[in-house]
Design a protein around this ligand. Structure first.
Ligand code: 4FV
Length: 254
């Protein structure tokens, strides 16, 4: 995977690429990443990348010409490159989309600033419009970092041996189970006994139940949008009968 970021603040990515999963993936040559300064593709001596909006109004708009030049330069020595505009107008990033993007050879990430980019960029030069969430940032750079992090984790082997993205939240459409580490007793609260038992099958079913129930309580929408497997159905039926028993007891006593 080759990431090319188009931005007027390339220095923002220096420390991002120097740490964590991205750094490891770059060192392992699983990922390469470069930042191109859109200003280097301006024609005027003030290197203007923005201008006043037609029709008036406050704020500025990113000029089309420098962006098109920069996209051209990014595509020059690239194989199959896809361009991504980071914008609140885009489809919201999720794990499935991150997995799809990870199969693309080169991603050119266009970081807007100001009120956004000239609309005529979108039709001709942008393959995907992606949003990281329904809120407005002052620039697309942070969103580009989020995408690079989420996509890199999906590149086979990028996460290293033991931990695989397959066990991630959302990988099976569920939230992850609860995690615990030492000390066994923290502020008077113990770790669930089963996790200390060494019984791997019991631990696995405890974790599956933890995953299903946390998803039901915190993100029921995820359960509604997924094909439940037999184990998940059994867990939900068990809890349903628990709840029914409780309600019957309550109704008998009241
Ligand atoms: C954004 C988002 C975002 C909008 C105007 C950059 C800013 C400025 N990008 N997900 N939410 N972008 O707010 O991706 O150009």
């Amino acid at each position: 995977m080759n990431f090319v970021v188009l931005t007027i603040f390339p220095e923002m990515f220096d420390s991002f690429w120097a740490h964590g999963i991205i750094r490891k993936a770059i060192d392992q040559k699983k990922v390469s990443a470069t930042a191109i300064n859109i200003r280097d593709f301006t024609a005027d001596r003030h290197q203007m990348t923005d201008d006043r909006p037609f029709g008036g109004g406050n704020g500025m708009v990113m000029k089309p010409e420098p962006l098109v030049e920069a996209i051209g330069a990014a595509k020059k020595n690239a194989g199959a490159a896809k361009t991504v505009l980071l914008t609140p107008q885009g489809r919201t990033l999720n794990q499935k989309m991150a997995r799809e993007l990870a199969s693309i050879e080169e991603l050119i990430l266009v970081c807007g600033r100001y009120e956004g980019v000239d609309e005529r960029i979108c039709h001709e030069y942008i393959d995907y419009e992606i949003s990281i969430g329904d809120y407005v940032l002052t620039g697309g750079e942070l969103a580009a970092m989020v995408i690079m992090e989420a996509v890199t984790r999906m590149i086979p082997g990028a996460l290293g041996g033991q931990d695989s993205a397959e066990k991630d939240s959302f990988s099976d459409g569920l939230l992850e189970h609860a995690h615990y580490t030492r000390p066994r007793n923290f502020e008077g609260r113990e770790v669930p006994e089963v996790l200390l038992s060494g019984h791997h099958r019991e631990i696995e079913s405890w974790r599956m139940e933890s995953s299903v129930m946390r998803t039901l309580l915190k993100r029921p929408d995820l359960l509604r949008n997924k094909q439940l497997n037999d184990q998940e159905v059994k867990i939900l039926e068990k809890w349903l009968s628990e709840i029914e028993a409780l309600l019957n007891l309550h109704h008998r006593e009241h």
